[in-house]
Design a protein around this ligand. Structure first.
Ligand code: ATP
Length: 290
């Protein structure tokens, strides 16, 4: 295990500046008045938020709240019906989906998307290939530039393998790996693109309690050691309060509350939205009372 895993895991505490508006240069991504309509369903209704550089920002909400739709707007899988998203001051909604990785945005999926019959190393190298700048003819003749790019790719990938403690699985085919390890490999594949913004879609889904704790450590390492900004959709409220700097709670397409994990979990509207999912309410109350 990585040294980081042995550190005590503290729930994040409210920082005095959590609620204050940040200077514009500290904002990495800014969503303004986003709405999405699917036929008669208003999946996202006038949602605005800023993601600050270096923070872990988490979207929570009951099923159907609109979280995945917001994620898919940022990945450019959907177009907003109205509203805008700026990323590093550039209008993201004008970018074609295939440009997203090149802009420094990477994502993981709720249902893991890896090359099942390739090894862990090859999956990570494929992730790294969004950085390749070499050309057709230089590739064919394996020029010095191509060799240098391959060496650089390999070094970056090895760093990700070390960070996520994947050495043991380097040459294993993904199809033969336990689900929890595949989740970490998918995280690694996203990191190999060297993102400035990492989108994590339910990183704890399908993981047991211990694997979820490990995932919390990886997310903290990614934020603290690599300085990557994380935007995450997550249901597990224990993980949410451990790693999030700020949380946005949604319900029925709208913003319910935004603030530190403690502020949002104690919000009466959030507790009401979760009623019916008794286990979630109990976790919310427990985490808010910490
Ligand atoms: N492609 C689509 N076509 C039609 N309706 C959609 C589409 N995508 C999402 N919706 C609807 O939009 C609403 C919000 O869905 P969304 O998946 O964003 O919620 P969610 O908060 O991510 O839920 P979950 O936690 O269950 O994943 C739901 O009513 C859903 O049925």
């Amino acid at each position: 295990m990585n040294d980081a895993v042995t550190r005590p895991l503290e729930a994040k505490r409210a920082s005095p500046s959590a609620a204050a508006a940040p200077p514009q240069e500290d904002v990495l991504l800014s969503a303004k008045n986003l709405s999405v309509r699917f036929g008669g369903v208003l999946a996202v209704n006038n949602v605005s938020f800023d993601v600050r550089r270096g923070e872990v920002f988490t979207l929570i909400g009951p099923n159907g709240a609109g979280k995945t739709t917001v994620f898919n707007l940022i990945s450019r899988i959907y177009n907003p019906t109205s509203g805008s998203i700026d990323y590093e001051g550039v209008p993201l909604t004008r970018q074609p989906p295939h440009r997203i990785a090149g802009l420094g945005i990477a994502r993981t999926f709720q249902n893991i998307e890896l090359f099942e019959h390739a090894t862990v190393l090859h999956n990570l190298l494929i992730g790294r290939h969004t950085h390749r700048r070499t050309q057709f003819w230089s590739d064919i003749f394996f020029t010095r530039g191509v060799r240098a790019a391959e060496i650089e790719a390999r070094e970056k990938v090895e760093r990700v393998i070390d960070l996520l403690d994947l050495q043991h699985y380097r040459d294993t085919t993904v199809a033969g790996l336990p689900y929890g390890v595949r989740k970490v490999v998918e995280l690694g594949r996203a990191l190999c693109t060297e993102p400035r913004l990492l989108l994590l879609d339910e990183p704890s889904s399908g993981l047991n309690v211990e694997e979820t704790e490990d995932m919390a450590f990886w997310i903290q390492d990614i934020q603290q050691e690599l300085g990557v900004t994380v935007l995450m959709v997550e249901h597990d409220m224990t993980l949410v309060s451990k790693v999030s700097d700020r949380v946005l709670a949604m319900n029925q397409g709208e913003v319910l509350a935004m603030g530190t994990p403690q502020q949002v979990q104690a919000h009466p509207g959030v507790i009401e939205a979760y009623l019916g999912a008794a286990e979630d309410v109990a976790t919310l109350r427990r985490e808010a009372a910490r």
